[in-house]
Design a protein around this ligand. Structure first.
Ligand code: ATP
Length: 444
């Protein structure tokens, strides 16, 4: 792990390229010339929120959200819970000026799990490859939950691959601090659990408003329903990253209707200390039924999202996706995931894992009672050396060594990049309108 640093001199930060853009900002690959031990001599990802990029009415909320992400990363840094292999990012440093807020994270050279899936034959992972990645994600979620953080945005695009091929979760602006789950003495099954407190359901009209809020479909490119062949390890063409960029799926639509106007059905306890959150956030294909229903939710939403993710890894599509949001949510509430007869016969443990994670009643869901330990003890993971995961297990795919750009490519100033955007407004992305921003704002 690179050493933690506390301060980044933004004026000196030189970027090799833009790694990605999201609702919260632009992520740069920074690889400045070596000048000692400072962060400026390292290669790292710098996430930058431009305070000028949002409409004034939304600026304070957006800034609060950026700060929240840094707070979560700081919480992780001070948490002793990363016991199973360090699959959560290390906050390397941060900086803030009048215009920009920035924080540095280790650079993940291997892209994300969604890109990698698209590089697979039939766009699905073999059960062995899936087991490797899912085991590391379970470890990451276990560490997060132990730190009292519900992730609430698990999806393949947020699972990044480090240069050693192991995974790191990213994007914590929708995360929520809750009371950590009590330690379970054993990995008991969910059937022995008590029921959760009485749910606070949405009224029928509130539910109708949510279901009817948008008819736009998410963008998914893969529709294969066959399971992986044994050649899923053939990743040769994935090494051609520029080719792979063309296949990158558009980010799944996020669901965060939390504008002030809509708070009537987003009432929540305080940001920390509450055992449940009532806000309505996530990405629609991964959102758990209790979130759609407006019941209080907690760590179990992450185990639901894991079930969706495992299904997608195995089948090349998410299990509940409808033609539009209303249909997706209806499917989440009412439909059971479909499995091919072939996969039931060949990989019964995988099918059982998905079925138990996609249990609609959170109190009966795998992981609800016994947390990550309960998930780890599922037969699908038989043989996984949990204590050594991240150290000795061999990733199915190792990204190529640092590209030439990092070693000798041109650099540009991060500060000037944003200044230029605002000098020539035509080149700048339009500021978010208040309505657009309401899609992104987490409730605090
Ligand atoms: N540490 C990293 N290493 C390499 N690439 C990264 C890293 N962090 C982020 N990226 C790239 O930048 C993109 C945007 O990052 P991220 O998802 O954190 O931003 P965001 O603004 O929070 O996005 P969202 O719209 O999902 O909230 C990612 O999809 C990924 O491609």
């Amino acid at each position: 792990m690179p050493p933690a640093v506390e301060y980044i001199d933004l004026a000196a930060a030189r970027a090799v390229r833009v790694l990605g853009r999201g609702a919260m900002g632009t992520v740069f690959l920074v690889a400045s010339a070596a000048d000692g031990d400072s962060v400026a001599s390292q290669t790292y990802a710098l996430k930058v929120f431009d305070k000028r990029s949002v409409a004034a009415a939304s600026a304070s909320e957006a800034l609060r959200r950026a700060r929240w992400e840094v707070t979560v990363l700081e919480t992780l840094a001070s948490s002793a819970s990363q016991a199973h292999g360090g699959h959560l990012p290390t906050l390397l440093g941060q900086a803030e000026t009048g215009e920009l807020m920035a924080w540095a994270l280790p650079y993940c050279a291997g892209g994300d799990l969604n890109e990698l899936r698209h590089a697979m034959p039939d766009r699905v992972f073999s059960p062995d490859a899936a087991r490797f990645y899912v085991a590391e994600i379970v470890s990451a979620l276990g560490d997060l939950h132990a730190a009292g953080i519900a992730y609430r945005d698990l999806k393949p695009e947020n699972v990044l691959l480090r240069d050693d091929g192991h995974v790191t979760l990213t994007d914590f602006d929708l995360s929520r601090l809750l009371l950590p789950p009590p330690k379970s003495p054993s990995s008991s099954t969910s059937s022995s659990t008590s029921s959760p407190p009485p749910p606070r359901r949405r009224s029928r009209s509130q539910l109708r408003r949510i279901l009817g809020r948008s008819e736009s479909a998410t963008t998914m490119t893969s529709s294969s329903s066959s399971s992986s062949g044994d050649d899923a390890h053939n990743l040769a063409w994935f090494l051609n990253r520029s080719e792979n960029e063309k296949l990158k799926k558009a980010k799944s639509a996020r669901v965060t209707p939390v504008s002030k106007k809509k708070k009537s059905f987003c009432s929540s306890p305080a940001a920390s200390g509450g055992e449940k959150s009532f806000s309505f956030v996530g990405t629609e294909e991964y959102v758990a039924p209790e979130v759609v229903r407006g019941e209080g939710h907690e760590f179990a939403v992450d185990w639901w999202a894991l079930g969706v993710l495992v299904y997608e890894m195995a089948y090349g599509r998410t299990p509940f996706r409808g033609a539009h949001r209303r249909e997706t949510f209806r499917n989440v509430l009412l439909r059971e995931p479909e499995f091919t007869a072939d996969s039931r016969r060949r990989w019964p443990e995988l099918v059982d894992l998905i079925t138990r994670l996609l249990e609609k009643d959170p109190a009966r869901r795998l992981g609800f009672a016994g947390g990550a330990d309960e998930v780890r003890s599922h037969p699908f993971f038989a043989g996984v050396a949990w204590d050594l995961i991240g150290e000795v297990s061999r990733p199915p795919y190792i990204p190529p060594p640092a590209d030439d750009d990092i070693v000798a490519g041109e650099r540009f100033s991060v500060v000037e990049y944003f200044d230029k955007l605002h000098e020539s407004p035509a080149a700048a992305p339009p500021p978010e309108t208040e309505e657009e921003m309401t899609e992104f704002l987490p409730e605090f």
